[in-house]
Design a protein around this ligand. Structure first.
Ligand code: CA
Length: 224
């Protein structure tokens, strides 16, 4: 899951970024509203975390412009202020949720998870394909009852494939949602990680669940 964080206070931005990365999210950061809007337009994010008080363009204006441009990515607004008026204008500008700083990081993460589930019909925090089960709360993976240890990048990749089970997932989708803006399109890093995952979830189990769709991408599914 790839998240855009728009926050001008560097210390807070780096704290949030590290916390999210520690939870297997991919994070791009913008330090002002104009750059935030630009990144949101050129990249595809699963969630945008938007501070209200920003230089260049404030968070409310950024949010309104995103919605006007038909970018419907969920937005979590952050602000130091805590008045009903601000909450109302934040939500009216098109934000999906609102959190007042300072906040407990656990609550922040819970809201992030809830917003990421919002687009899905199935709101459960457990993903399953055949006997492969991924728990998004504990970030653990089991196949046929056996625990599988994944690195954070492998987890992020498998989670994305499981969220799109039975669909063709292209390399572009993976580069956009599992890697950040520094992704180098000339490397074979996606194939490398797909092989790592295949070794962990398929090698010692049957039937194989991760299929290569020649010339297109990958599909996680039960059966051929
Ligand atoms: Ca700020």
């Amino acid at each position: 899951m790839r998240i855009l964080l728009v926050e001008d206070e560097r210390r807070i931005a780096s704290f949030i970024k590290r916390g999210l990365q520690g939870n297997q999210y991919v994070v791009d950061v913008a330090y002002d509203g104009v750059k935030g809007l630009y990144l949101a337009e050129i990249n595809t994010y699963d969630l945008i975390i938007l501070d209200v008080m920003l230089p260049e363009k404030n968070g409310m204006v950024v949010c309104k412009e995103l919605r006007e441009k038909k970018i419907d990515t969920p937005v979590l607004m952050l602000t130091a202020r805590d008045t009903v008026c601000d909450k109302v204008s934040g939500l009216d500008s098109g934000a999906d949720d609102y959190l007042t700083k300072p906040f407990a990081f656990e609550e922040f993460l819970a809201r992030v998870r809830a917003l990421l589930r919002k687009k899905r019909q199935d709101k459960s925090t457990t993903l399953q394909v055949a006997d492969l089960v991924l728990d998004q709360l504990t970030r653990t993976v089991m196949r046929a009852g056996t625990a599988i240890t994944l690195t954070s990048k492998e987890y992020a990749l498998l989670e994305y494939l499981m969220l799109h089970a039975n669909e063709v997932v292209t390399r572009t989708m993976l580069s956009e949602h599992v890697w950040d803006e520094h992704f180098d399109t000339l490397t074979n890093v996606i194939d490398v990680y797909i092989n790592y995952i295949r070794n962990k979830i398929d090698k010692d189990f049957s039937p194989p669940l991760l299929h290569t769709i020649r010339g297109t991408g990958y599909m996680l599914k039960e059966g051929k």
